[in-house]
Ligand binder design. Structure first.
Ligand code: PLP
Length: 393
């Protein structure tokens, strides 16, 4: 059995933590967090309205270069709303990758739609445009269908299930950008709406453009384990400002603006982020550039260590044409057996490591869903392990 004590030693040294437990990713509150929270509480505007909500949206708009940003209670409901706005309806199908966090599949299910799993690329860990194109070529018919689809253009239908393919949700795994430009191009050709799950990739760029801004709608998450946190939170990014404004209306119970009347013009949601969470978000956004710099240095240090060590493990570097936020660092072990040994030894020693998520297509609720050849995802699932990635103090 391979002995991983030198890895454990290296990680303990890197995090200046000789004995205590080292988590995978913990938040850092090093700036104005307490000040803004206090301001928020003093103002009494802790709930669904307040200046921090607007400021947080403005900060993210500016940082990502999107046209409109709308805060949500979390990333999962942001994904749900994004799919609703993309016209995903009951009995539709939505293409996504099997290698993703469960939220992607859950949001598709909330719309009454079923996921279709298409393989990832080994270098990006994200949806493969080539595999996507192959799957569509083989499995899809273009025809005129559902009346509720407003334009008269032909829609893609799955030949074997007869269901409409309404949308595609690629995901930027661990913050590493997938080939999103190519994915959008393929989907456009098939009249498929793209929702970019950029929950893990705030601060990641593909071809110098921020992830989450390639598709019509992108989604970010500010959960406690993400690069920055609002406790819980999410954000929708829109190309089309008007659609963003409509989304904002839907997240606030679709209430018509009026000083005293309660009038609602649509089935809406209570999905808006409270001002107290946004206060935390503003303070975290101020620190994001520093966090990204420190995370990049940590990734470089890991890369140097694993490329010079005697193990055959490979550090997962950012793919070409991209600049990754290195949200969660990952290594590839040689096989599943080595992976198990690595997980056992590190966790036993109080250094948290974790295998990648179980592939979505193997979970009981998605086992019967449509899928293509998933050989890359299967290969990665046996070998990928996340290693501690918090911003080092
Ligand atoms: C974190 C995450 C989400 C959203 O999660 P929330 O906890 O609801 O904010 C969605 N998709 C992926 C891939 C994620 O990692």
């Amino acid at each position: 059995m391979q002995d991983y004590s030198s890895v454990i030693e290296f990680i303990r040294e890197t995090f200046h933590t000789p004995e205590a437990f080292i988590p995978l990713h913990e938040p850092r509150f090093l700036g104005n967090e307490k000040k803004y929270l206090e301001e928020c509480i003093d103002s009494t505007f802790v709930s669904s309205v307040g200046k921090f909500v607007d400021r947080f949206e403005e900060m993210v708009t500016e940082f990502t270069g999107t046209n409109k940003a709308v805060v949500c209670v979390n990333g999962t409901n942001a994904l749900h709303l994004a799919l609703q706005l993309s016209n995903v309806r009951p009995d539709d199908e939505v293409i996504t990758q099997p290698l993703t966090f469960i939220a992607t599949g859950n949001a598709i299910s909330y719309c009454g739609a079923s996921p279709v799993f298409v393989d990832v690329d080994r270098d990006t860990l994200g949806l493969s445009p080539q595999k996507l194109e192959e799957w569509l070529e083989e499995n899809v018919d273009m025809r005129n269908g559902k009346a509720e689809v407003k334009n008269n253009e032909a829609q893609p239908y799955n030949k074997s299930t007869g269901r409409r393919i309404a949308a595609c949700v690629p995901m930027h795994t661990f913050g590493h950008p997938c080939r999103i430009d190519k994915i959008v191009e393929v989907c456009n050709r098939y009249n498929i709406k793209v929702v970019e799950d950029a929950a893990e990739s705030l601060g990641s760029y593909y071809k110098n453009q921020h992830t989450g801004t390639f598709a019509d709608i992108g989604v970010l998450s500010f959960n406690g384990n993400k690069t920055i946190t609002t406790g819980g939170g999410g954000m929708l990014l829109f190309k089309d400002k008007a659609m963003g404004e409509y989304a904002k209306h839907l997240t606030t119970q679709a209430k018509m603006p009026h000083k005293w009347e309660f009038r609602h013009d649509h089935i809406g949601y209570n999905y808006r982020m409270p001002n107290i969470n946004a206060a935390l978000g503003c303070a975290q956004m101020e620190q994001l550039p520093k966090f990204l710099k420190v995370k990049r240095e940590l990734a470089k240090r890991y890369d140097r260590f694993f490329s010079s060590s005697s193990f055959n493990s490979v550090f997962v570097n950012e793919p070409s044409h991209s600049n990754s936020n290195y949200w969660l660092n990952a290594i590839l072990l040689n096989n599943k057996e080595e992976r198990e040994h690595f997980l056992e030894q590190t966790n036993e020693a109080g250094v948290m490591t974790r295998p990648v998520w179980e592939l979505m297509n193997t979970l009981p609720m998605f086992r019967k869903c449509e899928k293509g050849d998933l050989s890359n995802a299967e290969w990665l699932a046996d070998r990928l392990v996340n290693i501690p990635s918090s911003v080092i103090l």
